[in-house]
Design a protein around this ligand. Structure first.
Ligand SMILES: NC(=O)c1ccc[n+]([C@@H]2O[C@H](COP(=O)([O-])OP(=O)(O)OC[C@H]3O[C@@H](n4cnc5c(N)ncnc54)[C@H](OP(=O)(O)O)[C@@H]3O)[C@@H](O)[C@H]2O)c1
Length: 343
């Protein structure tokens, strides 16, 4: 249970979350938010709260399920009649489809305020290779998410530079689990796990590689904050899958309520205490994953606690883990996205 409810940092009370979320009405109208995985679960719960608490939001939902997307679009428009909702239907386990989705966004928007990502799948099967040569689950949890960031980072920076201080929200939230890979050393000789795949290794790699790559993005894009969050146990599409059903039935009393999960994720997506590196000196800013206050990359628990990532990560950091992981990631992107090949 402790893995699902890690104790780190200071938890934020639900009352504080609600007070903050209500204040979002004071932000500028027309904030642009992209929910990658917005057709279900945590992204959907968060999109609801984003629509409820902001003025004339522009919301993109990305997923494959068109029927759900149509229903959700109607629901969000009912919650906020001033909202603009668009659905982009793509299988984003493929990097080329990620590029297409980002291109569609870039054709319509000059800025992005929030990139919120929850794409993922739960399977007990082994390595399931996509036509691009990556494991599908690993692609959804790491390669595709980082590609979304790489493509949309300029639009997030544009948002941060808005002349209106009430429109400068610029944030990436990736909901997965920063703690899974925290004390594990990735297999640097086989980062994509082509030869050494196991479900445990895949989860640890997706977590650790994401931690180091988000740290890199936080340094390269100091006006945007980057959050990697563990959501606790939430009843979502994941819980409906047969392999997970018994676990979620057992955990029923411990589950984070759907609405509360959405509210807490809206807080993580907007609260000033998770400031970008450029605003590290502001009051109340919490400690980043590298142990430095306001470093712009935060590891959060389900309840908003933030803390440094500890000894193993520190050793890996000194050993150049970030560069090794990024060199590998770029190689994958080059082979697949630029050369049209397979990794
Ligand atoms: N829920 C929990 O208790 C829990 C606990 C710990 C960690 N997490 C992590 O939190 C994240 C969010 O999960 P969730 O619980 O909200 O899951 P969910 O309800 O199953 O939502 C997953 C979303 O990903 C989308 N998706 C999956 N494969 C896709 C693909 N190939 N292309 C495009 N979209 C795709 C799905 O949309 P379509 O079906 O429309 O494609 C859906 O909207 C996951 O990374 C999960 O590992 C969840």
């Amino acid at each position: 249970m402790s893995a699902l409810f890690p104790k780190t940092g200071t938890a934020v009370s639900l009352a504080e979350v609600r007070t903050h979320n209500t204040s979002l009405r004071n932000l500028a109208p027309g904030l642009v938010a992209i929910f990658v995985g917005g057709t279900s679960g945590i992204s959907l719960y968060t999109a609801r709260e984003f629509a409820r608490n902001t003025t004339s939001p522009i919301i993109y939902l990305i997923g494959r399920n068109e029927t759900e997307a149509t229903r959700i679009t109607q629901e969000l428009k009912t919650i906020n009649t001033g909202s603009t909702i668009s659905f982009i239907k793509k299988d984003v386990s493929l990097l080329k489809k990620v590029d297409e989705a980002c291109q569609e966004i870039k054709e319509k928007e000059k800025k992005v305020n929030l990139l919120f990502m929850t794409i993922g799948t739960m399977t007990l099967k082994g390595r399931n290779e996509t036509p691009e040569g990556l494991d599908q689950k690993f692609a959804l949890h790491y390669y595709s998410r980082m590609r979304f960031i790489q493509n949309l980072a300029p639009l997030l920076t544009t948002a941060a530079k808005d002349d209106d201080p009430k429109a400068t929200l610029s944030r990436v939230v990736s909901v997965y689990d920063p703690f899974l890979g925290k004390n594990k050393k990735p297999n640097f000789a086989d980062l994509s796990l082509k030869k050494n795949f196991s479900l445990g290794a895949c989860a640890a790699h997706a977590s650790a590689m994401q931690n180091f790559t988000l740290e890199r993005f936080a340094r390269l894009y100091p006006q945007t904050s980057f959050i990697h969050e563990q959501p606790g146990a939430v009843e979502t599409g994941l819980a409906k899958r047969w392999a997970m059903k018994p676990l979620y039935v057992l955990m029923k009393p411990l589950l984070v309520e759907k609405k509360e999960s959405g509210e807490r994720h809206l807080f993580a997506s907007t609260a000033p205490q998770y400031a970008p590196k450029a605003k590290a000196g502001e009051e109340g800013v919490v400690v980043g994953a590298d142990g430095v206050k306001g470093s712009g990359h935060y590891h959060l628990t389900w309840s908003g606690g933030a803390d440094g990532d500890g000894k193993v990560a520190e050793e890996l950091r000194k050993d150049g883990a970030e560069e090794k992981i990024w060199t590998h990631t770029e190689e994958v992107y080059k082979k697949v996205c630029e050369e049209g090949g397979k990794y």
